[in-house]
Design a protein around this ligand. Structure first.
Ligand SMILES: [Zn+2]
Length: 51
């Protein structure tokens, strides 16, 4: 059971799970996070962040 913790990156006491899946490519394809948007490196889909 303790091994599961290694799957997550913990910084500042928070577990980071910020990656989104691409709605076009489907689950399994992560989108890259940029300062003001998310983008898929596979299909080019871009999702702008809201303030
Ligand atoms: Zn995509």
């Amino acid at each position: 059971m303790g091994q599961k913790w290694k799957l997550y990156e913990v910084k500042g006491g928070k577990v980071r799970r910020k990656n989104k899946f691409c709605p076009r490519c489907g689950p399994g394809v992560f989108m890259a996070e940029h300062k003001d948007r998310w983008s898929c490196g596979r299909c080019g889909y871009t999702e702008w962040k809201r303030k």
